[in-house]
Design a protein around this ligand. Structure first.
Ligand code: KIV
Ligand code: ZN
Length: 514
């Protein structure tokens, strides 16, 4: 079955749901809303905003996005449980275009070991829960979890039941990243033929455990699926999902081969990628396709020579096509509050009056060292101010001091305010960051925590530029991330360490098992 020129593939973005399931990632509702606005600017067809029954925070985030982001379908995930479906429906009742996305596993291993359900019970449950979802909204998607390890005949039966109950999208997730492109094509064709209904969209959702997520997604398109579920920067459970930017840019650059269109404004890709990286704290590998730091850099003399003569000798995409180089320089030392508020609004970065004051104060300080503040700086400062207010309300790093040098063992001293009052502690380490970590972990009462990752990333290069410190702290199997931005790298590090360790402390206090 070939594609016909002009067929349109829907881009279903799951950065805020499957992407947020990446280990250690936790986004506040304000961060999720800012990302959803950017996804809408990017032009995706569906934003999966979250899993409303998972927690009150998830419910509120889905509801806020549903209320504020228009022109795009907003999906909420639900297990095949009545309470999940009703909760998703409630979260979405303010959406202009709501979709309930229900899922149930169909593979023998999941049905036997996880669900403890027979095949008949699965069929009945799919029928009743899709029908329940359909009683709320017209747009219902059904996903057969672990579709690629399911019996084909049974999967086709499930798909037919879901369609009869009212599902208009049937998604076939490669939940464990196990399939191969040929195998996946057979599966997509088999289900498409069984459903045999042009009004039903077949969708693919690929995980990257074997590094095949994008290849499998494209194979799905070749076999006739017309929705792809993807995440910005490929984030998601374990090795992640198919990367939105890779799938979309293949569809754009190789239209001749894939013969389908999409509705994404590719010039918004780079900004979306940077925002996701900054807000989740997940760095982008340097050689990552499309959005990695090296994706458009040419090192060898032969390549550089070719590029100077004609860029198409070594570049199949231009940096401009994904929005690199379009950074806007907007604010300086003399920019007023009104200009700042306006730019924040344009970037969909919502703030309270106090947060606006705080950001303005930080901009003035930064502008002393750097002549023009660009959007990247502004987003980083926004995240720093907004994120800190939400995430660590019960603990505040009042002051810190580090002594280091060639002949001394680095030591740090910190003063922290938390519920019990003001505490001070000290620590020493192999380097200044390690010393800060020791001091803060003792002060917040988490001396057992380990610093599992530390990265320093340039937000804006040049003298006086901002740097973001990203840290990961673990206690047994529990991981918390922290991130902070400043032109002083030790200050950024101290704040990030304090944020991650405060999150550990909060989780342990709330009884989250480490
Ligand atoms: O990977 C998966 O199976 C999923 C479903 C819930 C769609 O994320
Ligand atoms: Zn998934």
């Amino acid at each position: 079955m070939g594609n016909s020129v002009g067929d349109r593939v829907k881009i279903f973005d799951t950065t805020l749901r499957d992407g947020e399931q990446s280990p250690g990632v936790a986004l506040s509702w304000q961060e999720k809303l800012a990302l959803a606005e950017q996804l809408a600017r990017l032009g995706v067809d569906v934003i999966e905003a979250g899993f409303p029954q998972a927690s009150v925070g998830d419910f509120e985030a889905v509801r806020t996005i549903a209320k504020n982001v228009s022109g795009v379908t907003i999906a909420g995930l639900a297990r095949c449980h009545e309470v999940d479906v009703r909760r998703a429906a409630e979260a979405l009742d303010v959406a202009q275009k709501p979709r309930i996305h229900v899922f149930l596993a169909t593979s023998p291993i999941h049905m036997r070991s996880k669900l403890k359900m027979t095949s008949q019970e699965v069929l009945d449950r799919v029928g009743s829960m899709v029908a329940l979802a359909r009683s709320y909204y017209e747009d219902v998607e059904f996903s057969a979890e672990d579709a690629t390890r399911s019996d084909h005949e049974f999967l086709c039966q499930v798909a037919r039941v879901a369609v009869q109950a009212g599902a208009s999208t049937i998604n076939l997730p490669d939940t464990v990243g196990y399939t191969t492109p040929d195998e996946y094509q057979d599966l997509v064709r088999c289900v498409k033929d069984a459903v045999n209904n042009d009004a039903v969209t077949i969708s693919v959702h690929c995980h990257n455990d074997l590094g095949l997520a994008v290849a499998n997604t494209l194979a799905g398109i070749e076999a006739g699926c017309r929705q792809v579920e993807v995440a910005v920067n490929g984030i998601g459970e374990r090795a992640g999902n198919a990367a939105l930017e890779e799938v979309v840019m293949v569809l754009s650059a190789r239209k001749d081969a894939l013969k389908v269109t999409h509705g994404v404004d590719t010039r918004e890709i780079y900004r979306a990628s940077q925002m996701v990286s900054r807000l989740t704290g997940m760095a982008i590998q340097f050689n990552k396709a499309i959005v990695g730091r090296n994706a458009f850099r040419h090192e060898s003399g032969i390549h550089q020579d070719g590029m100077l003569k004609d860029p198409s000798t070594y570049e199949i995409l231009s940096p401009e096509s994904i929005g690199i180089g379009s950074t806007v320089f907007v604010l300086g030392k003399h920019s007023g509050r009104h200009a700042l508020r306006q730019r924040l609004d344009e970037l969909s970065l919502s703030v309270t009056t106090e947060q606006l004051d705080d950001i303005q104060h930080r901009i003035k300080a930064l502008a002393e060292e750097k002549s023009a503040i660009n959007d990247h700086d502004l987003e980083a400062l926004w995240q720093d101010v907004v994120g800190r207010g939400i995430e660590a309300p019960t603990s505040e790093l009042l002051s810190w001091q580090v002594t280091t040098g060639t002949q001394v063992r680095p030591t740090a001293h910190v003063v922290i305010r938390q519920e019990g009052g003001v505490v001070e502690d000290s620590g020493s380490g192999d380097g200044p960051v390690h010393a800060l970590f020791q001091a803060i972990s003792r002060a917040v009462g988490q001396p057992q925590a380990e610093l599992s990752d530390y990265q320093l990333i340039t937000v804006s290069p040049g003298e006086g530029g901002l740097a973001a410190a990203r840290v990961s702290v673990t206690v047994d199997t529990m991981e918390c991330l922290g991130q902070s931005t400043d032109s002083d790298v030790l200050k950024a590090s101290a704040m990030a360490l304090h944020q991650a360790l405060s999150r550990v402390r909060e989780k342990i206090k709330k009884g989250v098992v480490a």
